[in-house]
Design a protein around this ligand. Structure first.
Ligand SMILES: CC(C)(COP(=O)([O-])OP(=O)([O-])OC[C@H]1O[C@@H](n2cnc3c(N)ncnc32)[C@H](O)[C@@H]1OP(=O)([O-])[O-])[C@@H](O)C(=O)NCCC(=O)NCCSC(=O)C[C@@](C)(O)CC(=O)[O-]
Ligand SMILES: NC(=O)C1=CN([C@@H]2O[C@H](COP(=O)(O)OP(=O)(O)OC[C@H]3O[C@@H](n4cnc5c(N)ncnc54)[C@H](OP(=O)(O)O)[C@@H]3O)[C@@H](O)[C@H]2O)C=CC1
Length: 391
């Protein structure tokens, strides 16, 4: 569903029921439909029992919506599931500050993932690589026969790459466009289909056949320009806040101890959207941190630089996310989250996730570089931990 605005004045002080009414109106739905989708955390026990093993119930998490987002000119509601107070406020807060500069600009690569087939005890690695390269056409055809639906949608196996790792190991990557799926099961099907033939061609023993979660060809890039005036508050003028944010960003580039915390601030937004939309947060985290360390030094995923009259923030990170497959079909709450975000493709969802990550990073840096984190975060944290909650 697309909305005409992501700004709802007074949303933060409304009751839960009033917020649902407000969203339902924006989406052209009945409030009851939203409440029904979210009943018992969006997941009933029967479904939970079928989704995982040894289920004993359903564990709840707060589900909220970050406001004020514009991504590539589109007004976007950003669904977030998180146990951490102040993350949704932080995302909404930063998104509000980006609006005067046009919000977030984002782009995304095709949904390319690599299926890995590993062969060991290869006695002639050079000969193996030659035979595997020659057989590229045959391997691609066999891979595509295993996923006809994907091919019909315009995706499927695109390319075969092979490398010798030394010590008798040869690895083949089948690069697959998995369209709107995260892709794990699709890629594993391809890896298992090709395994025996690849080992035969390589002249070695077949080893692992599984996707690689290091999806460095499936990156999202997000940029935001924030004017000094949009960064100021009564505790710091905008240019002072901007200089503080740029300096905090530089600190993260120079120090791994800081870079990890900086990236935790990025993942506050990314993971919350991933959890809400039923995506695999372990896959996202594993790829993000490998990418952050790709040069051999662990670096920030997002950086902020002073520019003419303001700040420019840029985030690049790999994101393998789906709007189909995985837990999505079964999970009512995740389907509602996808409906709220209005993403028509996995790429569009990845761009919103990246924008959420850049927003939570900006909010945290702005707070840290001006008043410190404790006022904003701890006031909301105390609200959550005071005896009143759940009474
Ligand atoms: C907490 C704020 C946003 C307050 O910030 P503020 O300046 O008091 O906010 P405001 O009252 O001026 O409100 C501005 C907008 O923020 C949103 N907003 C503001 N408050 C709320 C609220 N209660 N409920 C819902 N939305 C809220 C809302 O959109 C609001 O617009 P309005 O509704 O007025 O039109 C700010 O201090 C902030 O962004 N702090 C950073 C919080 C943060 O990063 N939390 C994560 C936990 S710390 C961490 O995990 C990461 C870290 C920090 O270690 C990463 C790192 O080191 O880089
Ligand atoms: N290492 C890892 O990360 C691993 C992760 N997993 C898990 O695998 C799951 C994700 O696997 P994934 O392959 O994405 O999901 P699925 O196994 O559910 O596959 C997605 C299916 O959706 C169908 N589909 C419908 N529309 C589209 C579309 N537009 N684009 C693409 N596919 C479409 C396709 O079937 P059809 O063509 O027949 O219609 C496809 O097979 C996650 O739950 C993940 O946690 C599993 C193993 C390892």
């Amino acid at each position: 569903m697309r909305v005409s605005t992501s700004q709802f004045p007074g949303f933060r002080t409304m009751t839960l029921e009033a917020r649902l009414r407000c969203l339902a109106e924006a989406l052209g739905r009945e409030p009851g439909q939203l409440a029904e989708a979210l009943a018992s955390g969006g997941l009933d026990e029967g479904t939970a029992n079928a989704m995982v093993e040894n289920a004993i119930g359903v564990l709840g998490l707060p589900f909220g919506v970050a406001l004020n987002f514009q991504v590539n000119g589109r007004e976007v509601l950003v669904p977030m599931a998180t146990e951490e107070p102040s993350v949704i406020a932080a995302a909404s807060h930063a998104a509000k500050r980006t609006r005067a500069g046009g919000g977030f600009e984002a782009s995304v690569d095709r949904s390319i993932m690599a299926a890995q087939i590993e062969v060991h005890d290869v006695t002639d690695p050079e000969g193996a690589l030659g035979r595997l390269r020659e057989a590229q056409g045959e391997l691609l055809a066999a891979a595509n026969q295993a996923v006809p639906g994907l091919v019909e949608r315009g995706g499927g196996a695109q390319e075969v790459e092979c490398r010798s790792l030394g010590d008798g190991f040869v690895v083949v990557h089948v690069l697959v466009d998995c369209c709107d799926a995260m892709g794990a099961n699709l890629l594993n099907t391809i890896a298992e289909t090709l395994g025996a033939r690849v080992a035969e061609l390589a002249g070695g023993s077949l080893g692992l056949r599984i996707l690689s979660n290091y999806c460095d060809r499936r990156c999202v890039r997000v940029r935001a320009q924030v004017a000094f005036e949009a960064l100021g508050c009564n505790r710091a003028p905008g240019d002072v806040a901007a200089r503080g944010i740029a300096s905090a960003s530089r600190f993260a580039e120079l120090d791994v101890y800081r870079a990890v915390t900086h990236n935790k601030g990025v993942m506050n937004g990314v993971d919350a959207v991933a959890l809400a939309t039923g995506n695999d947060t372990r896959a996202i985290e594993a790829a993000a941190h490998a990418y952050a360390a790709r040069s051999g030094v662990y670096r920030p995923l997002a950086t902020w630089r002073l520019a003419e009259g303001g700040l420019v923030g840029e985030l690049t990170m790999p994101l393998s996310v789906g709007t189909v497959g995985g837990a999505l079909r079964a999970h009512r709450g995740a389907r509602l989250a996808l409906d709220l975000v209005g993403a028509r493709s996995a790429g569009e969802l990845a761009m919103v996730m990246g924008a959420a990550g850049l927003a939570t990073n900006l909010a945290a840096l702005r707070a840290l570089a001006t008043e410190g984190i404790q006022r904003g975060h701890m006031s909301l944290h105390h609200r959550a931990t005071s005896g009143k909650v759940g009474a």
